[in-house]
Design a protein around this ligand. Structure first.
Ligand code: FES
Length: 503
């Protein structure tokens, strides 16, 4: 199971559960970096705000990220430039720079102890095979007011052919930042609730959000939940992937801070350092697969550990975690109103979510206050870009169609509960219906329908996270069926184990 370095080291928050009926201007679903920064900006501009977090503040993707902040993008600026144009790539770099600057100023203003530091960002090739990628990125970045240079060595024990170094990027502990900001902004006009999952949004003249023990009625709703909750057309243009991370304490070596991205390695795509109580750690992030479409999830951690030990003198691996991201069809996130319905979302961040999350908050603040925002049009959620989206759209939606074929009879993983080991789950066919069956460590069996409550795909057992993951749009459920993340509102439908025995 995941244990993130950020959530384990940042002081926890203790906000109440919603147990009343509130009326506010803006309801925000999700207490990650997007939701909490949106709440801060909107409350500051005079809006009455309520944040509804299903679990704990920063307990979702924010707390399972890398803590890296940069103007560059996972997809590479030169790709944005060739898919879109130079002006678009410049706007992406400028807008992301503005978001990083806002994080720095908030950390300073509220004296948030989140280890915010300006550091260099590197993209490197280990052999000359990918030198051309580096050269193109140097060329692209040097057009956009970034301090760029070509280097041939890294301050890490990794051999390098060529690298781009960009100064003035940043790192922090994202959970310490978001929780610190949340503590500073909560007041009677900015209420924050934890353990308050939204399971329904009633759309009338106003919007009413229901949680198990309360409601919030609002003029506007922001779904700061990564993929928007519910069914939206944008979900055909969003593709869910998971990545893995490990933090290793070192026997020797105390490497300088920096963000290090590898263009070539199959498994370690990113590295950074962090200190816990003065002890140096190296974080390595890698592996990459579609959600709910793997046979052996633990192999990703095995490969990360092997790579860490290859490069560093590892004493112990104290933290490991995985996180989900959504790739957008045309390379840019979707930020804005969904369809003239007063519901706003921010999604498709790829692996660049911390910076895009804060940028989304800046855009929401302007949109909901009827102010111009220079980037709102570029990222608008309602855009239609068939040519730029076509390749990913066709490939990924064919993949989704294939997942629905798993619903055909005879595709179950086990015929009997006896085939399931303690601590594991399998899809079992019972009376022509697929059940998601989990056997806990005591041998007790927990049964639920394997049909995802979002749009009826069959879920897959994730043996690393002990969760049921949906291969279609990325909803994830606990072993016992409760929603963890993704567009599904409702838990998996319970099934009675007796009916299996009767049958
Ligand atoms: S997340 Fe859409 S069908 Fe499961």
């Amino acid at each position: 199971m995941s244990r993130s370095i950020w959530n384990s080291t940042a002081p926890k928050t203790n906000f109440p559960t919603l147990k009343e009926s509130l009326v506010v201007d803006v309801a925000i679903v999700g207490g990650g970096i997007t939701g909490i920064t949106s709440a801060y900006l909107l409350a500051k501009s005079g809006k009455k705000v309520a944040v509804l977090e299903a679990a704990e503040v920063s307990g979702g993707t924010t707390g399972y990220s890398t803590g890296n902040l940069y103007s560059m993008v996972d997809k590479r600026l030169h790709h944005i430039q060739s898919k879109w144009d130079e002006e678009t790539a410049a706007s992406v770099a400028r807008s992301r720079t503005a978001a990083v600057n806002l994080i720095e100023s908030l950390a300073r203003e509220y004296n948030i102890d989140c280890d915010f530091k300006r550091v260099p960002w590197y993209l490197f090739s280990e052999t000359s095979k990918k030198d051309e990628t580096i050269e193109k990125e140097i060329d692209a970045a040097s057009h956009y007011n970034l301090r760029v240079e070509e280097v041939h060595e890294l301050p890490l024990p990794v051999k390098v052919s060529k690298a781009i170094k960009v100064e003035d990027q940043a790192q922090f502990n994202p959970s310490a930042f978001v929780r610190g900001l949340a503590r500073n902004i909560e007041n009677e006009n900015c209420r924050i609730f934890e353990n308050s999952p939204v399971y329904h949004i009633q759309k009338e003249e106003e919007l009413t959000l229901s949680t198990p023990s309360g409601t919030v009625t609002a003029q506007k709703v922001i779904l700061a939940t990564h993929s928007p909750k519910g069914v939206y057309a944008v979900q055909t243009a969003l593709y869910p992937y998971r990545e893995y991370a490990m933090a290793a304490k070192l026997n020797s070596g105390d490497f300088p801070d920096g963000i290090y991205w590898d263009t070539e390695a199959e498994f370690h795509t990113s590295m950074r350092t962090y200190k816990v109580n003065g002890e140096p750690y190296v974080l390595m992030l890698g592996g990459h697969h579609k959600v709910g479409q793997e046979d052996n999830y633990t192999r990703f951690y095995d490969r990360l550990e092997k790579n860490l030990r290859k490069y560093f003198d590892v004493s112990s691996i104290d933290y490991r975690w995985s996180a989900q991201h959504y790739k957008p069809a045309d390379g840019l996130p979707y930020i804005g109103e969904s369809a003239d319905d007063n519901i706003y979302f921010a999604t498709g961040f790829s692996t660049d979510g911390l910076t895009y999350g804060v940028l989304s908050a800046m855009i929401f603040d302007d949109l909901l206050n009827n102010r111009e925002n220079e980037w709102a049009d570029l990222y608008k959620a309602k855009r239609f870009t068939p040519i730029k989206s076509a390749k990913n759209y066709i490939k990924e939606n064919l993949n989704v169609a294939r997942q629905y074929l798993k619903d055909l009879p005879g595709k179950a993983e086990a015929d009997s509960f006896d085939e399931i080991s303690p601590g594991q789950g399998k899809v079992v066919e019972v009376d022509s219906e697929k059940w998601a069956v989990f056997k806990d460590e005591s041998g007790k069996v927990h049964c639920q329908s394997a049909v995802c409550t979002h749009m009826d795909c069959i879920v897959d057992w994730n043996d690393s996270e002990k969760s049921w993951d949906c291969p279609c749009h990325g909803s994830r459920f606990k072993a016992t069926g409760e929603v963890i993340e993704g567009p599904a509102f409702s838990p998996l439908d319970k099934r009675d184990v007796k009916s299996k025995n009767d049958s």
